[in-house]
Design a protein around this ligand. Structure first.
Ligand code: ADP
Ligand code: ZN
Length: 526
């Protein structure tokens, strides 16, 4: 029989200071902890580094019984347990890396009530008999970490995660927390549906990083632009420069060094020793610039990184948010600076095409890339566009290129009406490419098959080129004036913001120089 462990009554704040040594909660931690203590479910959407772990660790220590954290990342699980144990928290993990003897010992501790927190891999949880065993161990909460793994739409779908809804059926009174740093709307919806979290409180802020200023520029000799940017804005500062390929990493690091900026390369092709050495120097020394592929950054927590540059756009806004989020952790002003050209877009597209992923997955990746392009092309506040993607609404920020220097725009009210009305006429079932073809009146096989040559919108948009119409759609999407349905082949759909435009109640402007470069060289709109 297990013996319930009795400990002195305590409050979240006491645990925060006595165990973790922090003075105050940040963001929504306290509300989430209180919700869990009161038995409620929570959906926690916070960026990496936002402080998600405490949200379940503290309630696990305060509630009678053991908190169960389901996590797919064995390495991180072990780090967490090690850190917690050092602070005197009774934590352990169960995963495939344990030998049978150690696993047995952990199970003993569980059954005798000697643990506050157990980290467990999902496949372990669903081993025959394990849930019955767990029922005897008095679970006091379930934290589902990396909850986006339950979504096909997320970047990291794990089929085992689909089964986690069983927890609720099996333990209806045990509060759950689903936690993730990936929180675009389709992913949120999947998490709620697949984990039956309809009743959960949603805690979704903290994606905004007000001290980071965003800039996006068309590329014209990227390395030179980068050097100029560093010299003008961040001489002697620490920064990270992301590049898509190892070769470009090497060349850019060399180039910067040649021009007096201390730069080190980092990519998966370097020996482990060299990567380690470079990372150490970046962490320890002042003013080192790390030129890296996406291989760099996980777990790198250097507070005074003053800038993060991208010389090619990343594959998604999640990636962009995460990578730029490594700047300015200390809260002081920092820059996110990106430049890109037509070539990069083609490369990113073909990387998806030539990838291993299955058809559905590719469609998801293309769609994420599309949102990235829409961000690049945004005519208004970048932060608004970025946070809008994560479901947050804000006022124009005053701290991005488009806020500081408004871009040249043209009155696209009529074009927006045509574009949206075209979505409506084709019954909200088609993607950007198809829709643009209808507007310019191109008789493709598909358009003929659907009989869309008969529509009033067919050929009504001859004033713009195909690429310009695509840009109009992307800008409408970026502004939230239409939506995308990932479950229907990325079809564009209308939403509540579409109607004021369709009814002519709201004028809209598009950028004159859509940054995403055009392939055809037709005339610009007046
Ligand atoms: P996430 O899981 O959201 O990526 P973590 O839980 O790992 O974030 O927390 C990120 C960092 O912030 C950690 O170093 C953690 O110790 C620190 N942290 C979390 N909560 C607080 C707090 N209330 N005060 C100070 N630091 C905190
Ligand atoms: Zn802004």
């Amino acid at each position: 029989m297990h013996q319930p462990h009795t400990r002195p009554p305590s409050t979240p704040n006491e645990v925060l200071s006595s165990v973790f040594g922090f003075d105050a909660f940040i963001g929504l931690q306290e509300s989430i902890i209180n919700n869990t203590l009161a038995g409620g479910d929570s959906l926690v959407l916070m960026p990496t580094g936002g402080g998600k772990s405490l949200c379940y660790q503290i309630p696990a220590m305060l509630r009678q019984g053991v908190g169960i954290c389901v996590s797919p990342l064995i390495a991180l699980m072990q780090d967490q347990v090690q850190g917690l144990t050092q602070m005197g928290v009774r934590a352990a993990c169960l995963n495939s890396s344990l030998d049978p003897q150690s696993a047995w010992e952990v199970e003993q501790q569980l059954e005798t009530g000697q643990l506050d927190l157990l980290y467990v891999a999902p496949e372990r949880l669903f081993r025959p008999g394990f849930l019955d065993f767990l029922a005897r161990c008095n679970p006091c909460l379930f934290a589902i970490d990396e909850a986006h793994c339950v979504s096909q739409w997320g970047h990291d779908f794990r089929p085992e995660y689909m089964q986690l809804s069983i927890l609720h059926e099996r333990f209806p009174d045990v509060p759950r927390l689903a936690l993730t740093a990936t929180a675009d709307k389709p992913t949120q919806r999947d998490i709620v549906n697949n984990l039956h979290l309809g009743q959960a409180q949603v805690y979704a802020t903290g994606f905004n990083r007000p001290n980071i200023s965003y800039t996006v520029l068309p590329k014209n000799n990227g390395r030179k632009m980068l050097l100029q940017f560093i010299r003008d804005n961040h001489p002697g500062d620490a920064g990270i420069v992301y590049r898509l390929s190892r070769k470009k990493v090497e060349k850019t690091a060399e180039f910067l060094n040649k021009h007096g900026v201390t730069a080190l390369p980092y990519h998966a092709g370097l020996s482990q020793a060299e990567r380690y050495r470079n990372q150490e120097r970046f962490m320890r020394e002042e003013g080192v610039v790390m030129v890296a592929t996406v291989a760099f950054g996980m777990g790198v927590d250097k507070p005074n990184v003053r800038f993060v540059c991208h010389l090619e756009p990343p594959k998604s806004l999640e990636a962009y948010h995460q990578e730029t989020g490594r700047a300015g952790r200390d809260g002081l002003p920092a820059s996110a600076w990106m430049c890109f050209g037509m070539q990069d877009i083609a490369v990113l597209r073909s990387m998806i095409e030539s990838g291993e992923a299955a058809g559905t997955r590719k469609r998801v990746e293309h769609s994420k890339l599309g949102s990235m392009f829409a961000f690049l092309e945004a005519a208004s506040c970048r932060r608004q566009a970025l946070l809008g993607y994560f479901g947050e609404t804000i006022e124009p920020c005053g701290n991005c290129d488009n806020c500081i220097t408004p871009v040249d725009t043209w009155d696209g009210t009529v074009e927006a009406q045509k574009a949206l009305s075209n979505i409506f006429r084709t019954e909200q079932r088609f993607g950007v490419n198809y829709l643009a073809h209808v507007l310019v009146g191109k008789e493709t096989d598909q358009i003929r098959r659907f009989n869309h040559t008969e529509l009033s919108t067919f050929g009504c948009g001859e004033e713009l080129s195909l690429d310009q119409w695509k840009s109009v759609y992307r800008q409408l999407l970026a502004g939230g004036y239409c939506s995308v349905d990932p479950e229907r082949f990325n079809a564009l759909t209308l939403n509540e913001r579409s109607w004021p435009i369709l009814k002519g109640e709201r004028p809209i402007r598009f950028r004159t120089d859509p940054i995403v470069p055009k392939r055809s060289k037709k005339s610009k709109p007046a």
